[in-house]
Design a protein around this ligand. Structure first.
Ligand code: 13P
Ligand code: SF4
Length: 354
């Protein structure tokens, strides 16, 4: 490994993007029976479901019908901390399960598939990241929630897309210089909005990276009345065309609250389920992943999120397998920056509502 690591010298590791798993189609009767069995299992295991907006719509419905939650990664983290249930079943990707375990070490945290990772997490190995931090001791280390427990343990702050701007605005006001990882697009966006001095790790999301700016311009010309909603993990030229840039929750709220009748949405297509539920009269158009240089490995649907299904959820509830385990010392250290984020989010919320 080189002695000096500059952001420019960080080359994004080639992440193997898996193909989408194919789950058996269920008839309406089978679906109802499966949901009913899972609800009984949740009750008998004293377990609650915590699901992300990108997961299968049946899982999202089941989570809400059974008293669990469907949320963005900030709310998923918070929700787990206010549950009396002894087991949290996290339907999402691995960093979400790890965050739940770090915040609730006394609870059992299960996931339908422990292989459900994230390209951002995979692209930021803890040893190389730690070395990068060692090179820049005068920088405050801020990491995106989409990272491993070991990377979080090396940080001063963890942020999700839902709270990144307020936290980095706060750090900018204190005159701090930031070392940011792993998402270069989100990092660049934060830097532009807050003006903070930042060193950027060069990771990216395999799903949002595929949105195409030139093809998006064409679609906007076809739908001039549509508002453009973009998740900040998207490339700069896509963010530049947005009417709203924000977390999954912020984009869902925009569909509900904005007067526009149609929306072009640049994020994982799993989000359409909640958007349609809250605003069935609105027209939703997928932002293009085709066009110049298209690979369409994900086609706007995260293959790791797609690893969660009713079938493997029922299996883990039956067997208790796929439990998240984290080295206690790493967990203890990772908890501080995550808790710092949750505390900041709470006081920021109070400020806004008070
Ligand atoms: P949110 O926190 O906005 O839900 O984003 C999580 C994520 O992984 C987006 O790709
Ligand atoms: Fe990670 Fe991207 Fe999947 Fe979100 S959509 S979990 S950032 S790979």
């Amino acid at each position: 490994m080189n002695d000096t690591i500059s952001p420019e010298s960080i080359v994004q590791r080639q992440i193997q993007v898996p193909s989408h798993p194919v789950w058996p189609e269920l008839t309406d009767l089978e679906l109802a029976a499966s949901k009913s069995r899972i609800k009984k299992l949740l009750e008998s295991r004293n377990a609650v479901l915590v699901a992300h907006y990108y997961t299968d719509s049946n899982l999202q419905e089941l989570a809400e019908e059974s008293g669990g939650c469907v949320a963005d990664s900030l709310e998923m983290a918070r929700f787990g901390t206010v549950q009396s249930a002894k087991t949290l079943v996290v339907c999402g990707v691995r960093f979400m399960g790890e965050t739940a375990k770090i915040l609730n070490p006394e609870k059992r945290v299960l996931m339908p598939d422990l292989n459900a990772t994230c390209s951002l997490d995979e692209g930021c190995p803890a040893d190389a990241f730690s070395h990068f931090c060692d090179q820049h001791p005068d920088h405050t280390v801020v990491v995106y929630a989409n990272t491993s427990a070991a990377v979080k343990a090396r940080s001063d702050w963890v942020v999700t897309s839902g709270i990144a701007l307020p936290i980095l605005t706060h750090l900018a006001a204190r005159g701090e210089k930031v070392l940011w990882a792993p998402d270069k697009h989100l990092g660049r966006y934060i830097q532009r909005v807050t003006g903070i001095e930042m060193l950027l790790w060069q990771g990216s999301c395999a799903v949002h990276e595929e949105f195409k700016s030139i093809a998006l311009e064409r679609i906007r010309r076809l739908h001039p009345e549509a508002a453009v909603l973009v998740h900040p993990e998207s490339p700069e030229a896509v963010i530049d065309q947005a009417d709203v840039v924000g977390s999954t929750t912020a984009l869902i709220q925009a569909v509900k609250k904005m007067k526009n009748k149609s929306f072009i949405v640049a994020t994982d297509s799993g989000i359409f389920h909640k958007m349609k539920q809250l605003a069935p009269e609105k027209q939703l158009i997928e932002a293009p992943t085709a066009g110049e240089g298209a690979t369409c490995q994900s086609c706007a649907h995260c293959p790791w999120m797609a690893m969660n299904s009713l079938q493997n959820l029922e299996q883990v509830l039956l067997t208790g397998e796929n439990e998240i385990e984290i080295d206690p010392e790493i967990s203890r250290r990772a908890r501080l920056p995550i808790q710092r984020m949750l505390d900041f989010a709470r006081s920021h919320q109070h400020e806004k509502s008070g």
